[in-house]
Design a protein around this ligand. Structure first.
Ligand SMILES: C[S@@+](CC[C@H](N)C(=O)[O-])C[C@H]1O[C@@H](n2cnc3c(N)ncnc32)[C@H](O)[C@@H]1O
Length: 357
């Protein structure tokens, strides 16, 4: 689906205003931002749908406004949050092998690029990347991170503001490309239920097959490199999301503040308590905000009733055994090509290729 994108010459430095005009002159590098209107459904509809269901929930992507993106970066350096440092450790040791597996002249697309930290290591190891395309829903944070990458690497950086769960146009780099690769680190895949993650991998496989078909001369299909968190002892997984400093709790309360601000809702964070628990049945840590007392909330003229002890499901963080992930990918038409991990097998990075290509 093509979504009426606009292309904007953007100075990748400021604008905390959430999508307004961006200055066109700045001392920082200027970048072309491809804007693909990530919010297809009005925010209000999405929120009311989620809060009127029998089990209240909010879409996990709502965590990522500018403040949410900054809080996520703080989470990444928490002691309890082993995920980022383990994946960074893997990339520090194996970036050269990952780069080699991607090949020369590769256009690197990163859905949910955030701060592009691991990409920094990967780009360092890639001899001749054709372009780097970070895609994120958090517009201003995306611009800042893209500018930082452009300043550090000699590669064309083409940021895209889009919802990566939907088809969106991709920019055309100046250099000719040999292949496209999708880099999906950060265990972002874990934030989708198993069926949703399967659909997302199918979307990636489709994109790679299409770009192979577009290229002449039997070029090999590109690949997907995904980082996922492995199943481990429950207390360690739970501690990662119930950190002592309460940063993850704040990351969740921030969604309530955001909705109050953007929708004129009177969601009061003090009336909720945060907790993340392992759910064996779904294979995920589930983050919830629990109503401390019975109360009604006004959201842009609609009333939502909360009972005491009733939860809002905020985010799922799915964990996989390597075999489970290989099965998920296989069902989405992607075969396992390479596997990298840390010594304790806490986290895994895999390269997948469309089957039959
Ligand atoms: C778990 S963070 C990972 C960030 C980074 N890739 C890393 O490895 O640290 C998820 C990122 O995906 C972005 N994101 C979440 N849902 C999205 C969506 N539906 N479309 C685009 N970006 C999304 C968030 O803004 C955030 O930057």
């Amino acid at each position: 689906m093509r979504e009426n994108p606009t292309r904007e010459r953007a100075a990748a430095s400021t604008d905390n205003g959430g999508g307004g005009a961006v200055p066109t002159t700045s001392s920082t590098a200027t970048l072309e931002l491809l804007e693909c209107a990530p919010r297809q459904r009005p925010l209000l509809d999405e929120v009311l749908d989620g809060l009127r269901g029998t089990q209240k929930s909010l879409p996990a992507k709502l965590h990522y406004d500018q403040r949410g993106s900054m809080l996520f970066e703080q989470i990444c350096s928490l002691d309890e949050y082993y995920i980022t440092r383990t994946e960074l450790g893997i990339m520090q040791r194996t970036a050269a092998s990952v780069a080699e597996a991607l090949g020369d002249g590769c256009m690197l697309i990163e859905p949910g690029s955030g701060a592009s930290l691991k990409t920094d290591l990967l780009l360092e190891a890639m001899a001749t990347p054709a372009a780097y395309v970070p895609v994120d829903i958090s517009r201003d944070f995306l611009l800042e991170a893209a500018a930082a990458i452009a300043a550090r690497h000699e590669v064309e950086v083409l940021p895209v503001w889009a919802d990566f769960t939907r088809r969106h146009p991709l920019p055309t780099p100046a250099a000719s490309i040999n292949s496209r690769a999708i880099y999906f680190p950060g265990s972002t895949v874990g934030n989708f239920s198993r069926p949703e993650a399967g659909r997302l991998l199918e979307l990636f496989a489709e994109l790679l097959r299409e770009s192979q078909a577009e290229q002449a001369g039997g070029v090999p299909a590109g690949s997907v490199v995904v980082g996922f968190d492995c199943k481990k002892e429950i207390p360690r997984m739970e501690a990662a999301y119930n950190d002592a400093e309460g940063v993850t709790a704040e990351f969740n309360y921030n969604v309530l503040d955001r909705l109050s601000r953007e929708l004129g809702a009177d969601l009061d964070r003090d009336r909720f308590e945060f907790r993340a628990d392992w759910d064996e049945e779904v294979g995920a840590i589930v983050s919830r905000l629990w109503a401390k007392e019975s109360h009604a909330v006004d959201i842009a003229g609609s009333t939502v009733q909360f009972e005491a002890g009733e939860p809002i499901r905020m985010e799922e963080s799915h964990k996989y055994t390597p075999a489970e992930f290989e099965q998920l990918a296989g069902a989405a038409g992607l075969g396992l090509e390479k596997f990298w991990s840390d010594d304790s097998r806490d986290f895994a990075v895999v390269q997948l290729r469309p089957l039959g290509c």
